[in-house]
Design a protein around this ligand. Structure first.
Ligand SMILES: [Zn+2]
Length: 106
């Protein structure tokens, strides 16, 4: 008996979604959009008038302090001395206004 041409194995057996990867931690690791990260670095370099040699390290972290939003971004600028800023937002949510504010307050 010939196999019906209009029925592919996929339509006969729709694929079952794979289960999410096992995570031992209660919260998933925050993911950072690399494009947003590059834009943020460019904004910081522009605001602080950094030269292209200056390293900017940006880490999106989980904040466990009481009363704080669950995610924060730590910005470290490896000038001499190094500067460090913390913004209680995800990398992709930080605006230029946030950067200006945190730089002025430091
Ligand atoms: Zn915090």
């Amino acid at each position: 008996m010939p196999f019906p041409r209009n029925l592919t194995p996929n339509t006969l057996h729709p694929s079952i979604p794979s289960p999410p990867p096992m995570d031992l931690f209660s919260q998933p690791k925050p993911t950072v959009d690399p494009v947003a990260l590059q834009q943020l670095k460019a904004q910081i370099a522009d605001l602080l008038k950094l030269d292209t040699e200056t390293t900017i390290s940006i880490n999106q972290l989980q904040c466990r302090e009481p009363g704080c939003p669950p995610v924060e971004t730590a910005i470290i600028i490896l000038t001499h001395p190094a500067k460090q800023y913390k913004i209680h937002k995800a990398v992709g949510d930080i605006t230029t206004a946030d950067l200006v504010k945190v730089i002025q307050e430091s």
